[in-house]
Design a protein around this ligand. Sequence first.
Ligand SMILES: C[S@@+](CC[C@H](N)C(=O)[O-])C[C@H]1O[C@@H](n2cnc3c(N)ncnc32)[C@H](O)[C@@H]1O
Length: 253
Amino acid sequence: MKRIDHKEIYSDGKSYDALNVFDTDVPFYSKLIAKYGQPILELACGTGRITVPIAKKGFEIVGIDISEAMINEAKEKAAEAKQDIEFIEADIRDFELNQKFSVIFLPFNSICHLHDFESIASCFSCVKKHLKPDGRFVIDVFKPDFKILLRDKNKRYECADYKNPYADNHVKLTETNWYNEADQINQVKWYFEIGEKEIEQDLNMRMFYPQELDNYLRFAGFEIEEKFGDYNGSIFTSDSSKQIIISGMRNNK
Ligand SMILES: C[S@@+](CC[C@H](N)C(=O)[O-])C[C@H]1O[C@@H](n2cnc3c(N)ncnc32)[C@H](O)[C@@H]1O
């Protein structure tokens, strides 16, 4: 299994939240949980961007993430919101919680951190161990976009401009990328411009093509029930930017 290579990018929960200010996926997961039940397990829960609002709706949810900094931020937010959520520092490729869940989800492109087959297979095998026989496993990941992957690697592209959580100024984020077609990893470099300073960080994202991802799931023993192209529940098509897959365990329902 490949080593984790994103320690830096997830070393500061407050900056992550300042960059990722959106919650358009929360109603989607809430509806799903109302339909399929609880408890729920969020894989790669980060700062609890989804976990905390789901708990606030009265659902029992557990979050696991490999980054201590992200988990600490999640715990802080849960305490502020007076929510009793179990956050566990663990690798989604190798965990044992002694509990089964009705819904397990791997949201917001986190699967892109599983770079090789062993990582994907180990994660899916852990999911199977923790899913109730009639439970659902949900993955949300963008569809690879060739216009982005095949951009000029020497050119910087604007990415975001957001409020600095530590000072009264803004952070300007630009990026370069080079897509390795052999291992399907998009090697992104982020440049954070903060006042006079510039900080560089690497973000390596494995791309998952639609048929490939469906077949990884089938190979691991899952059956795909629905595949959406957005959080409104539109059917996944060639024009969709996202792949949102709802699957259950084959022969177990
Ligand atoms: C894009 S963030 C998503 C966080 C959160 N789910 C959200 O939607 O905002 C990806 C998260 O995956 C976590 N992560 C990456 N690889 C992991 C692994 N092998 N095991 C557990 N967490 C992992 C990172 O620490 C980071 O918090």
